[in-house]
Design a protein around this ligand. Structure first.
Ligand code: ADP
Ligand code: ASP
Ligand code: MG
Length: 415
């Protein structure tokens, strides 16, 4: 008998029929004698629908009311799933995040879980009940409902698995595992048997939305065995493991390709090349709570002027442009602002890079052969990211996928 936390995403609970199918699946595990905690998301499209309604009323609603609003999506699915389980003769109780004691800080819309109470959960499980928990939400010390950021139900699942020391946290979704890249963009993408926590963290932070990054962080920190599987068909899925030996038996150079077209690029041209300029540019941006991702500063010819380029989320593009125009340029005493929100970031990820030189030059050659211009580059030990024009995104992903031997048909690189 094992204890599993099973999270079902939006598409998996996207209709009454699908909720019934989830109940059947959960019943199958109960019938084998396992203890089950189920975490569900809102029905697919529901969170977006709620956000859209809010935007029709107020361009900047207070974060507290946003959380009050968007947390309702999950309350619908927990109750329907509990009802579907009852219908199959399975004992089950649904709980909101607050009811089950998922305590978070007060950072509305991006709260962090601080503590989870497990007494009630354990009591229910010991009585043979399936516990159905609303993903994505918690409660702060004042009793306000909070949410954990988009895709946050993954984090609820992993955090519950950590708190309960579950045997495995299973993330059921609309693909049958973690792929070498998004299978919706590259038909030749291949499911990975396993991937290291470290690589999955990079993939998630660089744009692969199959798992929320905080869920992967939790899994790494608390050693939670984590698996991504299909809701719709049986299969082994992908294991996310701390063990590089398991994950990289064939030591592939690259494990996956992540991409993100949710960023915009800003350049301050002709800034004086003197100490303090970078901080004068980025200070007001960070004061406005805008997160900066990639940063590039050109080397200036002696005694001259330089260009300073950085990226922010597309949502923050207009505001960043305004801050640069109104605050930064006057404080620098000159310069010119250029912006581009039609960019994409494509990243190669793999622990194999540590022991192999030449990944970057190979990447640049592949992109050059396709006539794709590289606008920015950033590297770390296990990843290389380039910023390119958005219109080349799919071409870049597919040609890199082939060039680095990740295509499905290439059995020699299978691992
Ligand atoms: P859920 O609603 O179940 O949480 P998401 O839509 O958040 O599902 O995440 C699953 C989606 O992630 C897939 O449909 C796929 O398009 C996308 N995805 C992006 N990168 C990858 C990848 N490397 N492997 C698998 N899926 C990926
Ligand atoms: N419903 C939330 C969202 O759409 C949380 C989740 O699905 O994980 O972001
Ligand atoms: Mg998701």
């Amino acid at each position: 008998m094992a204890l599993y936390v099973q999270k079902f995403g939006g598409t998996s609970v996207g209709s009454v029929e699908r909720i019934k199918a989830v109940a059947e699946k959960v019943k199958g595990f109960r019938d084998q004698g396992h203890q089950i905690v189920v975490v569900v998301s809102a029905m697919s499209g529901e969170t977006n629908r709620l956000i859209e309604m809010a935007s029709q009323i107020n361009e900047e609603p207070t974060p507290r009311e946003m959380d009050m609003l968007v947390s309702t999506g999950e309350q619908v699915t927990i109750s329907l799933l509990a009802m579907a389980l009852h219908q199959l003769g399975v004992k089950a109780t649904s709980y909101t995040g607050a009811q089950i004691g998922i305590r978070t800080d007060s950072a509305h819309t991006r709260a962090r879980i601080q503590q989870i109470e497990t007494d009630e959960l354990r009591a229910d499980l010991d009585e043979g009940k399936v516990v159905v928990v609303a993903g994505f939400q918690g409660v702060d010390s004042e009793g306000n409902i909070t949410t954990l950021g988009r895709g946050g139900s993954d984090t609820t699942g992993v955090a519950l698995a950590a708190a309960l020391k579950a045997d495995e946290c299973q993330i059921y979704t609309d693909v049958d595992g973690v792929y070498t890249t998004d299978p919706r963009v590259c038909a030749k993408a291949r499911r990975l048997e396993s991937i290291t926590v470290e690589e999955m963290l990079e993939m998630a932070s660089l744009g692969s939305k199959v798992l929320q990054i905080r869920a992967v962080e939790f899994a790494g920190k608390y050693n939670v065995p984590l698996r991504v599987l299909s809701s719709f068909e049986d299969g082994p899925g992908t294991l996310i493991t701390a063990d590089e030996e398991i994950s990289n038996m064939e030591e592939p150079l690259i494990s996956g390709i992540a991409f993100n077209n949710n960023e915009a690029k800003l350049t301050v041209l002709s800034t004086p090349d003197v100490p303090g300029v970078a901080s004068r540019i980025l200070g007001p941006i960070s004061d406005a709570n805008i997160e900066v991702d990639m940063i590039v500063q050109n080397v200036a010819p002696t005694g001259g002027y330089t260009d300073f380029t950085f990226t922010v989320a597309k949502n923050d593009f207009r505001q960043t442009q305004r801050i640069l125009q109104e605050q930064v340029i006057p404080s620098l005493g000159g310069g010119e602002v250029r912006g581009d929100d039609k960019i994409a970031k494509v990243s190669l990820v793999g622990v194999g890079m540590r022991s192999h030189a030449g990944v970057a030059s190979r990447m640049f050659r592949v992109l050059a052969d396709e006539g794709i211009n590289i606008r920015m580059v950033s590297t770390s030990e296990i990843k290389i990211s380039v910023v390119i024009d958005e219109k080349f995104l799919e071409l870049a992903v597919r040609s890199l996928h082939t060039a680095f031997g990740l295509d499905k048909a290439d059995v020699s690189e299978e691992h």
